[in-house]
Design a protein around this ligand. Structure first.
Ligand SMILES: Nc1ncnc2c1ncn2[C@@H]1O[C@H](COP(=O)(O)OP(=O)(O)OP(=O)(O)O)[C@@H](O)[C@H]1O
Ligand SMILES: [Mg+2]
Length: 306
């Protein structure tokens, strides 16, 4: 789909598939289009062109069915401060037409799930931010939706609360829910995600299972070498090789190091080192930088924002 806000194109032919049962981490820098995508999927916004389906229902003309199928947690949410915690959940359950006789049991279950049972009689206002966030997550679960669309559920939370949200997502996945969750911080969600999609300036720049994304990183290793001299010469030598890309000088205690991407396996890397030494370069350090998903993210998203 494509979404334009006036002259600004927030999504450009975004094509995205989230499989049933997946925990799909939707990652991208500020302004990439994550919230826009999620709002379209939640039927709160219409795409300028294109279409999307949630469990088979079109977001354009089966909005009611889509809404029944999803639980959407927005990036900013209002909580009604003058309600008690249990009343708040009861209210949303009522909105979803859950009959009064089952609501109390439901509310208790949900509070148990998000670990707020001991605060059920408190006013929502009296909850901390992290607790409000968990309450909001409980609210999105009231009608037992199959799909959860969570826009940065862990933003603004302390490390412990972030871990708690992560545990909660894991639990929800265990309950068979399909989860689309956005974040800026890839390393934070990579532990719970089965799939990752990286969005930049309204386009999907990479997507796949976590294993596929890891492979992608290993296909291009980041290598760093230290030389006692002939840096510029080495830079030219490296740049002329077909298996080397993006050679960059890095400063280390006043000495020059070079960092680059190397495509090749372990044997290739060993051969490369002996050729480097054979060429007479004064090598004092040679190491592979550990690449994680964050590196891939930084390489793929170059800070271009629509
Ligand atoms: N209502 C709006 N009117 C005009 N432009 C908008 C509107 N909402 C979003 N945009 C623009 O669309 C682009 C994508 O915004 P979006 O909120 O989807 O990004 P995001 O990936 O969620 O960013 P963040 O990580 O900051 O939450 C941005 O350039 C933003 O300024
Ligand atoms: Mg956003």
């Amino acid at each position: 789909m494509t979404k334009r806000y006036g002259k600004l194109t927030a999504l450009r032919n975004l094509d995205l598939t989230v499989e049933e049962g997946a925990v799909f981490g939707f990652v991208g820098p500020n302004g990439a289009g994550k919230t826009t995508t999620m709002r379209i999927l939640a039927t709160l916004l219409r795409p300028t062109a294109g279409e999307a389906w949630v469990v088979g229902h079109s977001v354009l003309n089966q909005r009611r069915e889509v809404r029944r199928a999803i639980g959407y947690m927005p990036d900013f949410f209002g909580v009604y401060g003058d309600m008690k915690v249990w009343e708040y959940l009861d209210f949303f359950a009522a909105c979803y037409e859950i009959p009064p006789e089952t609501r109390q049991l439901l509310t208790d279950d949900l509070l148990e799930l998000v670990d707020l049972a001991h605060r059920r009689e408190d006013y929502v206002d009296a909850l901390s931010r992290g607790m409000k966030q968990r309450l909001c997550l409980a609210r999105t679960l009231a009608h037992d939706p199959r799909v959860l669309i969570l826009d940065e559920p862990a933003s603004g939370l302390d490390p412990r609360a972030r871990i708690e949200i992560r545990e909660l997502l894991r639990e929800l996945q265990g309950m068979g829910k399909t989860i689309l969750v956005s974040s800026h911080i890839l390393s934070e969600i990579q532990e719970i995600c089965t799939h990752v999609g990286i969005i930049e300036a309204g386009q999907l720049v990479a997507t796949g299972t976590l294993a596929e994304m890891r492979k992608r990183i290993q296909a291009q290793r980041i290598v760093r070498i230290g030389l006692t001299g002939r840096i510029e010469e080495a830079q030219d030598w490296l740049s002329s090789r077909p298996d080397v890309m993006e050679v960059q000088p890095v400063t280390r205690n006043g000495e020059g190091d070079l960092q680059f991407l190397f495509s090749g396996d372990d044997d290739g890397l060993a051969r490369f080192l002996s050729e480097l030494v054979a060429a007479g370069f004064p090598v004092v350090m040679f190491r592979e930088e550990s690449g994680d998903l964050e590196d891939l993210f930084m390489r793929l998203t170059k800070g271009v924002v629509s």
